[in-house]
Design a protein around this ligand. Structure first.
Ligand SMILES: *Cc1c(COP(=O)(O)O)cnc(C)c1O
Length: 390
């Protein structure tokens, strides 16, 4: 097969094999830490090449290279890099792209691990961060300083599914010489390709939809070759290396990504509409609903609205908790993006006062439930909610 572009869904099935591997229909698992190289010049070249797939597995591995090739193609990037978790990818990118004295602009509502990375670890290295409302594009412009080197976005964001206008914020960042990363975990490349809207790097927790079966942890970075290599320079020193078997499982998960996400989108839209019209539900947060604050931007930059939604029960923390416990089909667990529906109560994980303004600013509302809508038959899901809400 040659290298010309195929449709996205075809690339998911074939991009890893184009031109290189040949015979294997399903790739073998290269469960090895190291690779024999006899020639010293070849050894030196391999050691110095970012992501070289047959030198030492912390640098790269054929199972990494296959997934990276697929991810680069489906995100529309030149190159990709996989890591042992989403945080492995996010931490490597943040550390690679900043130095002491730099300033980062990030969203107030952002993955809790990303927020903690910025406010604790990077703060110790004198990297400052300003948090802004992702729906307020002008707030990004106002927060930029001469020292701002990085703008870190996440859209849709966790847990209120806020939407950032990628093209508008990327323009502001680039006018001032800053790079833009987008955590696109919740969207997946089926629904959104941030590089098309001006982002410099796309970050993923591949633990979620890309893997899709709640059986692995992985992360990914996609973008230009030069930037991905810069991130790799930090990544291979930090050592969050994806195991070959998990890379193989991730590739297997990617084969069905397009099909799964179509069904996640359709099921989540139905569940969101059902909950929005239910008298025991105060409010539903889903970008596919016309009253969502980010709906218009989502329509412009997304092809589908994803499988994650949140909703407020008409009541308090305990009422929401009771609804969660009454569900039979939907398990209470953190994480998202698997084939099975999962529900979590963000306020239950909040370490301080659940009703504080700080908690609310980050989207933590006592009666809020976050639902990762799975691939179950829609009627069964709706029945489960109907019963639990009663
Ligand atoms: C889960 C998640 C992460 C962290 O990924 P891990 O694989 O758990 O390290 C980062 N960003 C978002 C949006 C996530 O949902």
């Amino acid at each position: 097969m040659d290298d010309r572009d195929f449709d996205f869904e075809t690339e998911l099935l074939h991009a890893d094999r184009m031109g290189t591997l040949g015979a294997d229909v399903t790739p073998p698992i290269y469960q090895t830490s190291t690779f024999a190289i006899a020639d010293p010049d070849a050894m030196a070249r391999a050691a110095a090449t970012p992501g070289y797939p047959t030198f030492y597995t912390r640098h790269g591995n054929p199972n990494h290279a296959q997934v990276e090739r697929v991810l680069a193609r489906v995100e529309g990037g030149e190159a990709a890099m996989v890591s042992a978790s989403g945080m492995g990818a996010i931490a490597a990118a943040a550390l690679a792209l900043t130095r002491s004295g730099d300033h980062i602009v990030a969203q107030t509502v952002i993955y809790a691990g990303t927020r903690a990375l910025l406010t604790t670890l990077l703060a110790r290295f004198d990297v400052e961060v300003s948090f802004v409302d992702q729906h307020d594009t002008q707030a990004f412009a106002a927060a930029m300083r001469p020292q701002t080197t990085l703008v870190m976005l996440e859209t849709p964001s966790n847990p209120l599914l806020g939407i950032t206008d990628l093209a508008a914020v990327a323009r502001i960042a680039h006018e001032r010489g800053a790079l833009v990363t987008v955590d696109s975990t919740i969207a997946t490349p089926v629904n959104q390709r941030p590089l098309e809207h001006g982002a410099d790097l796309v970050l993923h927790s591949a633990t979620k939809y890309l893997g899709g079966h709640s059986d692995l942890l992985a992360g990914a970075v996609v973008g230009s070759r030069a930037l991905v290599e810069r991130v790799w320079d930090a990544h291979h020193l930090l050592g969050a290396t994806l195991g070959p078997f998990d890379a193989w499982l991730l590739l297997r998960g990617l084969r069905t990504l397009a099909l799964r996400v179509e069904r996640h989108n359709a099921n989540a839209q139905r569940v969101a509409e059902f909950l929005a019209s239910h008298p025991r539900v105060r409010r539903v947060y889903y970008p596919g609903l016309p009253d969502h604050p980010g709906h218009a931007v989502a329509v412009a930059q997304m092809r589908g609205f994803g499988g994650l939604l949140s909703f407020e029960i008409d009541g308090g923390f305990d009422d929401a908790h009771r609804v969660m416990r009454e569900l039979r089909l939907v398990h209470s667990a953190v994480s998202l993006g698997g084939v099975e529906s999962l529900i979590a109560q963000p306020a239950a994980m909040w370490p301080g006062d659940r009703s504080s303004p700080q908690a609310r600013a980050m989207g933590v509302i006592p009666s809020l439930l976050r639902l990762s809508v799975g691939l179950e038959r829609i009627e069964d899901l709706l029945d489960d909610f109907e019963r639990a809400l009663r």
